[in-house]
Design a protein around this ligand. Structure first.
Ligand SMILES: *[C@@H]1O[C@H](CO)[C@@H](O)[C@H](O)[C@H]1NC(C)=O
Ligand SMILES: *[C@@H]1O[C@H](CO)[C@@H](O)[C@H](O)[C@H]1NC(C)=O
Ligand SMILES: *[C@@H]1O[C@H](CO)[C@@H](O)[C@H](O)[C@H]1NC(C)=O
Ligand SMILES: *[C@@H]1O[C@H](CO)[C@@H](O)[C@H](O)[C@H]1NC(C)=O
Ligand SMILES: *[C@@H]1O[C@H](CO)[C@@H](O)[C@H](O)[C@H]1NC(C)=O
Length: 273
């Protein structure tokens, strides 16, 4: 009979053997698929409803040679049948394209030979949200890159000074529903009230700064949801409200994407078996 010591020793040896096996296996895979690189330019891309969006994907060979011939590119979307777009033998192959993407997807044939596999998706809809896979096969490169498209709706607000001296901000297109906050120049949060109107799923935002504004003061208004932040500045002068807005996209948004990463890693590990 084996003593407890022998059992523990045996299990440790077993564990070490298994672990080294896994490491060798992972290294073997790493080297066997290291034929060139296919990579996404922005692994999470936020698109604006009804606008066009570029899902960036590029490829390069190990030797750094930038000219490719005979490239085949396939874009797929998870849980959607057929292809989003396929390019092979120097032409689009759209026989199996899912109808959801017909006449809305394109590649850039002129720059495919230099490693450009980016997909332009026009007039995006909420159901375009999801995980896309860009697979490239050519003589010196093969691989797949993943791009997650998050579809939001966002628009810059328009500022108006009301006759009673209050400042209003109206933004006609938001999704998911955002939060609105106003600040003065020293970053102090100001009292405001905001209303949301849901028009066929798209949120119309109307916000009012409660206290009367001061001339030549600059006010900052932040409209934000989990995907996009619109940062606006409005300066009230005697005759007009000077205004400007820029957008910041939350690429690594929320805890969900961390979970998603983990799941992706698990799927990849599972997939190579
Ligand atoms: C691919 O080409 C398009 C059109 O010229 C360009 O807008 C895009 O940035 C290119 N992408 C890459 C990855 O080079
Ligand atoms: C911002 O608001 C705070 C509190 O109301 C106030 O003390 C401060 O002076 C304001 N700053 C500016 C630049 O108006
Ligand atoms: C915001 O409103 C509350 C209650 O209406 C008021 O007590 C407070 O002074 C206001 N704050 C500012 C900065 O105006
Ligand atoms: C100005 O008018 C709007 C509605 O027209 C009102 O909601 C707001 O409270 C008013 N502001 C002041 C400072 O009275
Ligand atoms: C606002 O700025 C303009 C131009 O700099 C100046 O003429 C005006 O007097 C200022 N108004 C106030 C209330 O400070």
């Amino acid at each position: 009979m084996a003593s407890i010591g022998q059992i523990i020793f045996g299990s440790m040896i077993c564990l070490i053997v298994v672990m080294s096996g896994i490491i060798v296996f992972i290294l073997a895979i790493a080297f066997s698929v290291s034929q060139g690189t296919v990579e996404s330019i922005s692994p999470t891309t936020v698109g604006n409803l009804d606008d066009d969006v570029m899902l960036g994907c590029r490829f390069l060979s190990n030797t750094g040679n930038g000219q490719f011939s005979d490239v085949s590119i396939t874009w797929l979307k998870d849980s959607v049948s057929g292809v989003v777009y396929e390019y092979k033998n120097k032409a689009a192959q759209l026989q199996t394209q899912n109808a959801q993407f017909s006449n809305r997807a394109q590649l850039f044939p002129d720059s495919i030979s230099t490693g450009n596999a980016s997909l332009l998706l026009r007039n995006i809809k909420l159901e375009d949200d999801g995980v896309y896979r860009c697979t490239v096969n050519a003589a010196k490169v093969s691989g797949t890159a993943i791009v997650t498209l998050r579809v939001a709706a966002f628009s810059a607000p328009t500022f108006t000074e009301l006759t009673n001296g209050s400042l209003s901000a109206v933004a006609t297109k938001w999704f998911p529903q955002p939060e609105v906050n106003w600040y003065n120049q020293s970053g102090q949060i100001l009292n405001s009230s905001t209303s949301f109107f849901n028009i066929a799923g798209i949120i119309h935002v109307s916000s009012l700064l409660q206290d009367p504004v001061k001339e030549n003061e600059t006010y900052r208004c932040l409209i934000q949801n989990s995907l996009v932040v619109a940062v606006s500045e409005a300066t009230v002068t005697a005759h007009k409200v000077a205004q400007s807005t820029y957008f910041i996209f939350n690429a690594a948004s929320t805890k969900k994407s961390c979970l998603h990463l983990l799941v992706t890693v698990l799927i990849l590990l599972y997939g190579v078996r």
